[in-house]
Design a protein around this ligand. Structure first.
Ligand code: PMP
Length: 422
């Protein structure tokens, strides 16, 4: 079967007109960041051209209109992830910012020395290091649930880690390395059975599936706007109202207080404003809302089918190339990512070779050093798809891979250095 989505939406994305020498851009690094459709670019320009002013503070019409746009964007996000209340949606700078906020507020409030936090062995550093640092400063212990052979967290192993000392769990919804989907709904149910709240890193899930935070029963759910065709610098922390409303301020400053005197304790405003100190990225929130509108207009069913088709085509193409080895089992439950290695050739050299053909892919450890180590590889080459990718692009990758040769990195293999810096 074929999908016509890729070709039909390409004109919506101005950057796809770029060329590198004789080659058109084949952008397959969407898990790092997705390109932006004109609808999102227009939303940013329109905001700055017609509405720009600071929000929540000005008793004039322009400021009130900007405030309305910001709150309308919050409502769009609420609807997109099926949160119950708009005030359960906190705007952050991204997933990393949201998880750091949680570690510093929620995490700190529930942990004491000897307690445990459970994460999985597939976490991105952004859902690993904030918890690890919190453990170091509180005397708590970080428990890492190992990932199974298919690159997925097995429910039994996760459940086995939920002993009475565990105060919270933080898990990826979808792996940014392999695209494997964890059984988060079941993991959350298991954790709740022990009274343990769960933070979900949804950075790679939200671009590929309609996420329903209430169906998942997630206590907290974090994602970035830029991976779902929205602007950089805007992201979301969803939290259940009863949990979120108990969080102490993270950063303090403008926009977080009811009033300040030098004598009395500071009285903070309710969430979400309490957790959004300083001038927020209003244009970004408007752009993110436009991005959700864009995907919903295409239709999630269409997007999912296109995703599955591209993953299937990529698996087939890669299997036909000598020395290529796919990591994990992307066809089992595809989520827009296929990771592979070319035996005997460093992933950086494969990436550089593909760049010579105009193909942009990520190669290396993908900010998931611990996960990559479990495969015994120095890194992988990652194809990650978006709505504008086509089967013709995958065929171009296949053809380019037939001529890849060992290069600089293959010869050097300075393992320590690249593991440390990706
Ligand atoms: N978690 C996962 C699973 C990711 O893929 C990423 C982005 N690579 C992040 C967290 C961090 O997102 P951001 O850089 O937008 O904060």
């Amino acid at each position: 079967s074929t999908s016509t989505l890729g070709e039909s939406v390409r004109p919506d994305f101005p950057i796809l007109e770029r060329r590198f020498g004789p080659h058109p851009l084949v952008y397959l690094d969407n898990a790092a960041t997705a390109q932006k459709p004109r609808a999102v670019l227009d939303a940013l320009v329109d905001y700055y051209s017609g509405l720009n002013s600071n929000i929540g503070r000005g008793y004039y019409r322009l400021s009130m209109a900007a405030t309305d746009a910001y709150e309308a964007a919050r409502e769009t996000v609420r609807r997109a992830i099926n949160a119950e209340h708009a005030d359960e949606v906190v705007f952050t700078a991204g997933t990393t910012a949201a998880i750091n906020l949680l570690a510093d507020t929620f995490g700190r409030s529930v942990l004491t020395a000897g307690d445990r936090i459970v994460v999985t062995g597939m976490e991105h550093n952004s859902n690993m290091l904030p918890w690890r640092r919190l453990c170091e400063t509180t005397g708590a212990e970080l428990v890492v649930v190992p990932v199974g052979a298919a690159g997925r967290v097995e429910l039994e192993r996760f459940t086995a880690a939920l002993d009475p000392g565990v105060r919270l769990a933080a898990v990826a919804h979808v792996s940014n390395v392999l695209g494997t989907v964890n059984p988060v709904r079941e993991m959350i149910r298991a954790a709740h059975g022990h009274g343990i709240p769960v933070v979900v890193d949804g950075a790679q899930a939200v671009p590929h599936r309609p996420v329903d935070v209430r169906d998942l029963d997630a206590d907290f759910y974090c994602f970035s706007g830029h991976k779902i065709y929205g602007p950089m610098g805007i992201g979301v922390l969803y939290g259940k109202r009863e949990l979120l409303s108990r969080l102490a301020p993270y950063q303090v400053g403008g926009g977080t207080v009811k009033g300040v005197t030098l004598e009395e304790p500071v009285a903070y405003v309710p969430v979400p404003a309490r957790l959004e100190a300083g001038t927020p990225h209003v244009a970004g929130s408007v752009g993110l809302a436009a991005a959700f509108d864009y995907v919903e207009d295409l239709g999630w069913d269409v997007v999912r089918r296109h995703d599955d088709l591209l993953v299937g085509a990529a698996v087939e193409a890669l299997e036909s190339v000598a020395r290529v080895r796919i990591i994990g089992d992307p066809a089992a439950e595809p989520s827009g990512i296929v990771s592979f290695v070319v035996d005997g050739i460093h992933p950086y050299d494969v990436g550089g070779h593909l760049d010579g053909h105009g193909v942009a892919v990520r190669s290396g450890v993908h900010c998931a050093n611990v996960f990559i180590d479990t495969f015994g590889e120095v890194g992988t080459v990652r194809l990650s798809f978006a709505v504008y990718n086509t089967e013709a692009e995958i065929d171009l990758v296949r053809r380019a891979l037939t001529t890849v040769r060992p290069g600089f990195w293959t010869a050097e293999y300075p393992t320590e250095r690249f593991l440390a810096t990706d």
